[in-house]
Design a protein around this ligand. Structure first.
Ligand code: C2E
Ligand code: MG
Ligand code: MG
Ligand code: MG
Length: 291
């Protein structure tokens, strides 16, 4: 039987690997608890329409208020949830919570949209369309105020299937955004085959604005292409006034980044919008001093 003991055929006990799989299992159990016990929280980062300088939307970004480890960023648990399939349940929670928050953030002086990140397994799920419809109905948020963000890798696997799923979602009125645009394989041909409303130019391009090299030219080309395809361009990760003015001078539609605000809890997001305006008081003319 020595022949059967060739390379890799023997299950040698590997304590490191055993520990790692136990850890994975523990994290999976904890994540299930997190979704069920409401340990997840959303933070909201504003998106600014550059022409007016006003907040016209927010992106919902999930965090985990872990009982022992504190507030965890998505990088600590979203990839694991994607591997285990738990992202479908987690993403469903995010979707409902984000739609409720969006209803809360509406102001009489202009609509506020809400963007939600969507993973591959969610988009591929036959239940997703109903989940989105349900989240809109339960919250009362009009479909046109919801944006679903998918990365290039989510749509590139099976472009035809992705196009079908996105078209059905769009029939609910929701917008579709390509997130982190430019970081994936960026096969431009897929773009024309997909119903996309918004391109979010990845931070790595924005970082290079004003620097040596061709980064500016590439960002300009993306802006130009986006315009031609009648998509709205969102610049991600804007951190400096130089970047913000460079973008607004080149008619980039929307900006998002620490320059305006980090992602913040809902009460602070309300604060960023200012108090609900009182149209009558605001419309009142300045008092005349002399009679
Ligand atoms: P993303 O969707 O591209 O979100 C943008 C990320 O960049 C956020 O990190 C945000 O805080 C950060 N960011 C925004 N502006 C700036 C800036 O000016 N400078 C810097 N350095 N960073 C900036 P966050 O919240 O840690 O999220 C990371 C990623 O996790 C997201 O990238 C998204 O891919 C994923 N994610 C977050 N929430 C969800 C969710 O609910 N579902 C899924 N599937 N993924 C999510
Ligand atoms: Mg995003
Ligand atoms: Mg992004
Ligand atoms: Mg990004």
């Amino acid at each position: 039987w020595a022949k059967d003991q060739g390379k890799g055929s023997v299950a040698v006990y590997d304590p490191t690997r055993h520990a790692a799989s136990l850890e994975r299992l523990a994290l999976q159990n904890e994540l299930t608890r997190a979704v069920e016990e409401d340990e997840l929280v959303l933070h909201f980062q504003p998106t600014i329409t550059l022409a007016s300088g006003r907040i016209t939307g927010f992106e919902a970004l999930v965090r985990w208020q872990h009982p022992e480890r504190g507030l965890l960023p998505p990088s600590e648990f979203v990839p694991a949830a994607e591997r285990s399939g738990q992202i479908v349940a987690l993403g469903g929670w995010v979707l409902r919570a984000a739609c409720r928050a969006a209803t809360d953030l509406q102001r009489p002086d202009g609509p506020v949209s809400m963007a939600v990140n969507v993973s591959a397994d969610q988009l591929a799920s036959p239940l997703f369309l109903d989940e989105v419809r349900g989240a809109l109905e339960d919250s009362g948020l009009p479909g046109h105020l919801l944006t679903l963000e998918v990365t290039e890798s989510v749509v590139l696997g099976d472009v035809t299937a992705a196009a079908e799923a996105l078209s059905a979602l769009r029939a609910l009125g929701v917008s579709v955004a390509i997130d982190d645009f430019g970081t994936g394989y960026s096969s431009l041909s897929y773009l024309s085959r997909l119903p996309v409303d918004i391109l979010k130019v990845d931070k790595s391009f924005i970082d290079k604005i004003g620097a040596e090299g061709h980064a500016d030219t590439v960002t300009l080309a993306i802006l130009e292409m986006s315009r031609t395809m009648r998509m709205v361009t969102v610049a991600e990760g804007v951190e400096t006034v130089e970047q913000a003015s460079w973008l607004s001078e080149r008619a980039c539609g929307v900006g998002q980044g620490y320059y305006w605000s980090r992602p913040v809890p809902l009460d602070q997001a309300r604060g960023l919008l200012g108090p609900p305006s009182e149209p009558t008081a605001a419309a009142e003319p300045e008092p005349v001093t002399a009679a």
